[in-house]
Design a protein around this ligand. Structure first.
Ligand SMILES: Cc1cc2nc3c(=O)[nH]c(=O)nc-3n(C[C@H](O)[C@H](O)[C@H](O)COP(=O)(O)OP(=O)(O)OC[C@H]3O[C@@H](n4cnc5c(N)ncnc54)[C@H](O)[C@@H]3O)c2cc1C
Ligand code: SF4
Length: 333
C-alpha cells in the first residue's frame, strides 16, 4: 500500500518542532520510529498535510538518572531500553515489556514515546480503506455504528501498547511540552479510556520525557503477555505487577495493571487491596487475580474472542504477581 501525499518536515531542534506543531496545528502528524503511524498512513486512517519526523532532533534520546528518578527521553528506542542495565536491574517489567514488543527489527527503531502514544486498535478499523468502505463507517471513523457490538454507542477499540501497563505499575510520569510551556502528568492520566480519542495529549504537545521514580527497599515486578505467536504480535491481554516487601516480608505496596482488554490500561485497585498488608499467600494471589478478571471487559474485536482473553487475564495476572513476589522475596534475603 502506498503512502498518501504529504509534505515532510525534518526539524533538528525541539523548539523548531514545537513551532512547526503550532504553525500546522491540526494538519500535522508526528513520526518517531514510524512503526505504528506509517501503517496508519498507508491504510488512510490518517491523512495529514504534513508529516514531521522526530528522528533528527538533537538530545531526544537517552536514559539518565536525575534526583532519584530514571528519565527516559521519548525518542529512546526500545532496543536501548532492553539493553540498559539501569532499566533491567531496577525496572524488570519495563525491560520485559520492551523485549516483547513486535520483533527485534521493530524494537531497533520503535521509540518509547511512540509505543506509549500508539492509537487503539480494532479488527474492524485497522483495515485498508477498501475493506473499511465495504461496510458502514464505524464510530471511530466518524460514522454512526459499531461493527464490533451491535447497537454499540461507544468505541471500545483496544489499547495494545506493551509498555504503558509496566510504566503505570512503576508510577511513571510523562512530560508534555508545547511552545512556551510544559506539563507533567502520570502515565495513567495519558489515557482517556475512550476508544475514539484514547489519549489525553493535545495536538500542539510533544511527549519529551518519561520519568520513573526508583523504588526504595525490596521489590519485584513482572510483565506477562498473551499472544498467539512468539513474535510480531501485539498483546491480546496483558498484566504488569509491582510489589514491595517490608523487612518482615509483608507486602507494603502492590500495583496490578492489566492491558489490551479495553481502550486504556486498567490499574486494578481492588487487586492491590487483596495483597497489601498480607504475607505472600496463594489465596490472596487468587483473589487479586479474580479482581483483575472482574475489571477486564474485552469484546470480540481482536484476533481472539473477548471471553477467552478475559479468562486469560486471571492466568497472566497470577503469573505476574507470583513472579514479582518471587523476585522481591529473593531480594529480601
Ligand atoms: C508488525 C508489528 C507488530 C507490533 N507489535 C507490537 C507489540 O507487540 N506491542 C506494542 O506495544 N506495539 C507493537 N507494534 C506497534 C509499534 O511498533 C510500537 O508500539 C512502537 O513502539 C511504536 O513506536 P514508534 O516510535 O515506531 O511510533 P510511531 O509510529 O512513530 O508513532 C506512534 C504514535 O505516537 C505519536 N508520537 C510518537 N512520538 C511522539 C512524541 N514524542 N510526542 C507526541 N507524539 C508522538 C505519533 O504521532 C503516532 O501517532 C507493532 C507494530 C507492527 C508493525
Ligand atoms: S470498537 Fe466499534 S467503533 Fe470502535 S473501532 Fe471497533 S468497530 Fe469501530
Amino acid at each position: 500500500m502506498r503512502l498518501p501525499p504529504f509534505q515532510y518536515l525534518g526539524p533538528t531542534t525541539k523548539d523548531q518542532a514545537l513551532d512547526l506543531m503550532i504553525r500546522h496545528q491540526g494538519k500535522i502528524k508526528i513520526v518517531a520510529g514510524g512503526t505504528d503511524i506509517i501503517n496508519r498512513l498507508r491504510q488512510r486512517l490518517v491523512t495529514p498535510d504534513y508529516v514531521m519526523s522526530l528522528g533528527g532532533l538533537a538530545g531526544f534520546t537517552g536514559i539518565r538518572e536525575k534526583k532519584g528518578q530514571i528519565v527516559i527521553s521519548a525518542g529512546t528506542t526500545l532496543r536501548e531500553i532492553i539493553e540498559s542495565p539501569d532499566i533491567s536491574q531496577a525496572f524488570k517489567s519495563i525491560s520485559q515489556s520492551a523485549g516483547l514488543v513486535g520483533a527485534p527489527p521493530i524494537q531497533n527503531i520503535a521509540t518509547i514515546g511512540g509505543n506509549l502514544l500508539q492509537d487503539t486498535r480494532c479488527l474492524f478499523y485497522n483495515q485498508s480503506q477498501l475493506v473499511r468502505d465495504a461496510a458502514p463507517h464505524c464510530l471511530k471513523q466518524g460514522g454512526k455504528v459499531c461493527q464490533a457490538i451491535k447497537g454499540g454507542k461507544y468505541c471500545l477499540s483496544v489499547y495494545q501498547g506493551d509498555l504503558a501497563p509496566s510504566l503505570i505499575a512503576f508510577n511513571a510520569q510523562a512530560v508534555l511540552q508545547k511552545a512556551g510551556g510544559s506539563r507533567t502528568i502520570s502515565v495513567a492520566e495519558l489515557f482517556s479510556g475512550k476508544g475514539k480519542n484514547p489519549l489525553h495529549i493535545n495536538d500542539d504537545e510533544l511527549l519529551t520525557d518519561i520519568m520513573i521514580p526508583i523504588p526504595k527497599g525490596t521489590y519485584g515486578s513482572s510483565y506477562q503477555k498473551l499472544r498467539m505467536r512468539k513474535g510480531l504480535e501485539y498483546p491480546l491481554a496483558s498484566a504488569s505487577v509491582f510489589v514491595s516487601l517490608s523487612k518482615k516480608g509483608v507486602i507494603e505496596e502492590a500495583r496490578v495493571v492489566i492491558g489490551a482488554v479495553g481502550p486504556a490500561p486498567v490499574l486494578v485497585e481492588k487487586a492491590s487491596s487483596f495483597l497489601i498488608g498480607t504475607r505472600p499467600d496463594k489465596a490472596q494471589v487468587e483473589k487479586a487475580a479474580e479482581a483483575a478478571l472482574r475489571a477486564a471487559k474485552p469484546i470480540d474485536n481482536l484476533a481472539l474472542p473477548g471471553s477467552y482473553r478475559r479468562k486469560m487475564v486471571t492466568v497472566f495476572t497470577k503469573r505476574a504477581i507470583e513472579e514479582a513476589l518471587r523476585d522481591a522475596q529473593e531480594a529480601n534475603v
